[in-house]
Ligand binder design. Sequence first.
Ligand code: NA7
Length: 541
Amino acid sequence: MAEHEVLDALVVGAGFSGILATYRLRELGLHFRTIDKAGDIGGTWFWNTYPGAQSDTESHLYRFAFDEEDLKEYPWSHRYLRQPEIQAYLKHVVERHELKPYFQFDTELLSAIWSDTDRIWRIETTRGRFVARYLITGLGLLTAQNLPTIPGADRFKGIIKHTASWDPSLDLRGKRVGVIGNGSTGTQLLTSLAPIVSELVSFQRNPQYSVPAGNKPVTPAERQAINDDYPRIWPKAFQSSTAFGFMESSRPVMSVEPDERERIFEDLWEKGNGFRFLFSEFGDIAIDPEANEECCKFIRKKIRQIVKDPVKAAMLQPTDPYAKRPVCDNGYYEIFNQDNVKLVDLKKAPLTEITETGIVTGDGRLHELDLICYATGFDAIDGSYTRLDIRGVGGQTIQEHWDGKASSYLGVATAGFPNLFMIFGPQSPFSNNPPLIESEVDFICKAIMHNESRRPTAGLPVMSLRAESERGWEELCYETAKDSLFTIHGSWITGNNVAGKKSGTRFFFGGLGTWRRLAQEEVDAGFPSFVSSSAAASAPR
Ligand code: NA7
């Protein structure tokens, strides 16, 4: 058997999660390494280099809160960050804190198998084997690509790309481009390509509600005001539900007179940002169908006002509830006023086949293309885990344990997988990612410190989540999600976007603030949701 490296911990992922875990584990004094399949820092922001890739969180909240000095000094120019800026920021954090030596790139996790005998993880990667007492996964939420199966794709003489494996050197000026999918990714891509390609075809299965992002330059005075306000901004974000920089409203839509309602929606549209639109002024858009429909009517009206061609405008107006992860755009509906932008309704004319020269739809039309983009999303959340070979106690695979219904405790641990800590695992809060990641990494490090504190008497300590704790969290997740229109109508958030995937409660909808309170109670009580045991002091070997 080939040599393996012995570690206290292996961290998987070099995005926000893995970088923060690396920073914190160094503080704990553990011997560890952080691996990533990618060739560099970035995680999601390493892979998603398609034109228009942008965060929908305002720049000042799409970063680590822990480094106060850096928060005030690191530059950004606009209300939102584009992919290159986010990747540059993450590289900067790694450099600033001298974390680079801990990373090993081009290293894909192949399997992680818990040894019942030695009570350690035996890990195989594309670049070597490890044994580690702790396995800490920052695999990302949206990693495993959801690829459509269209007959004939291998015949296509042009280029086919999923947005998450984009080639940034592609020059698309003057090309004929087809985009399948119009979620957050598809709308960003379409909006960016419309001005530069000769022909753009949006293959749309279901139309999207989209709200302007409201992107604009940030003036020095605005930046100074944010810097001065940071001592209030972060506590508010950590206490709120979604951590997007506002406290969520509880006001019902129908409690407000129609004229006033219209004025509020208009203000929200002007201000920009889909999360603000959904949660900041009204508290029931995501749970009450009548409230939701009021909001939908407003957005449909906007679409009709923006899109001049009535046929296109009709195709772009959704009729189902506004209950997906909100899309934020930089002029998405507007692009359909351009002559070079076509819209194909896949409900009427489904994708039939790909030929050497393009895509054929159900109406017999051949759409001739140079590039086909799959903006078809991801096997999200648990999909990042179930494509891997992870086996816990008794050799049980994570697929067997979850049986299609991914669950966890607090989003960070799952029963039968001792000393495995997931960052942003299934049933984590539905929230802006960086503050959530900071919260979860903080909890995980406290759990590890608690475990390590038993070391003098317990040899090599092991923490295993109690099955009943996982069931309890699952029930709470179900309770917080059962009235949500997000759950009822489904998307990648529930797993409905992937053929054959079971629909389930894959987020905790109780809010980040509540999550933090419950996590703190667990810490204060000495981690009662876990069973502590120990391995022989000689392991790992
Ligand atoms: P999404 O939000 O899952 O959107 C995927 C899009 O692709 C959506 O419009 C789908 O249509 C469409 N799709 C998926 N499969 C097919 C097939 N087979 N044929 C035609 N159309 C298809 O993924 P995104 O990447 O846009 O966004 C994911 C998250 O990443 C986003 O929420 C942000 O958090 C970042 P449908 O609506 O299902 O009819």
